[in-house]
Ligand binder design. Structure first.
Ligand code: ADP
Ligand code: MG
Length: 271
């Protein structure tokens, strides 16, 4: 490298640093080496350098979206074993995984008993949305109610409502497992209402839609909430075996088999 070339290199590195293109700055040397070695055109070398910066920026933004999202697990749709859950409509779930529902600000309801994969599927859809660049937030119904309640006590109600209006996709998990405390049902209604027709909400519940009035204690609020939620929604009923219990069943079978085997070795018959 001649002196003026070296100065030019230092200037270029400093410019990249000044513009906060730190990954490009870091890789400048290796890209220039590669360009020289492989005889890359100027355009090709610049393309390679900026590609490095763009990829690093995308990875940083995704990591930050995922931190914000508070997803309860790493699941994607690919992790869901459809064969193990005959109670779910695979085509319907695969269609939801295209995330078209986000463009329509449509909602998704997963309804079914415990252990059938409601939380996993909701999380997988949310993960897909975050991967695609959407702002996502995951909460349980009980946590949402508690946050709103605390905000009301501290005079931050409006800020709290804005927070829940913000995400492109909001997941509200486990509605109906526990009765919502005090003003919980009305907080939930306000969150649903302000998102209505603007952005999508995924809700999971073990309470069949016909029984919502009972679960909320207030039939009017339940009806108003269902009205907003279902106006533009896909309802995924999962009425299959519990995956959790299936795992327990396998453990139980293994233990039983082992016990039988040991008993067999001892010369007695396992019952
Ligand atoms: P729910 O929310 O309906 O109670 P979860 O989504 O929490 O059920 O599922 C219970 C557990 O079983 C989780 O660990 C989940 O990852 C797993 N699971 C459920 N269904 C499936 C499935 N079809 N394939 C793979 N794992 C599953
Ligand atoms: Mg769950």
């Amino acid at each position: 490298m001649t002196t003026s070339e070296a100065r030019r290199y230092q200037n270029l590195r400093a410019h990249l640093g000044y513009l906060k293109l730190n990954d490009a700055a870091e890789h400048l040397n290796s890209v220039l080496d590669a360009a020289r070695r492989d005889g890359l055109s100027l355009t090709a070398a610049l393309e390679r350098l900026l590609e490095i910066e763009v990829e690093a920026t995308e990875a940083r933004r995704l990591a930050s979206r995922l931190r914000f999202a508070c997803l309860p697990g790493p699941w994607t749709i690919a992790d869901f074993d459809f064969a193990a859950q005959p109670g779910v409509d695979e085509n319907l779930v695969r269609d939801l995984a295209t995330l078209r529902f986000l463009d329509d600000a449509a909602n998704v309801l997963f309804v079914g008993p415990p252990g059938v994969g409601k939380t996993m599927l909701a999380t997988a859809l949310a993960r897909g949305a975050a991967d695609a660049g959407a702002r996502v937030y995951f909460t349980t119904a009980a946590d949402l109610a508690a946050k709103c309640h605390k905000a009301a006590l501290e005079g931050r109600w409006n800020t709290c409502m804005r927070f829940f209006a913000g995400p492109k996709l909001l997941v509200i998990d486990e509605l109906g497992y526990l009765p919502l405390p005090g003003d919980g049902a009305s907080a939930l209604f306000q969150v649903i209402n302000q998102r209505y027709l603007k952005s999508s909400t995924i809700l999971t519940t073990n309470v069949g839609i016909a029984d919502w009035a009972g679960a909320f204690g207030d039939a009017t609020v339940a009806a108003a909430m269902l009205d907003r939620l279902l106006h533009r929604a896909t309802v995924v009923g999962i009425d299959g075996p519990s995956y959790r219990l299936r795992a327990h069943q396998n453990t139980a079978d293994t233990l039983r088999a082992a016990a039988g085997h040991r008993a067999g070795l001892g010369g007695t018959h396992a019952s």
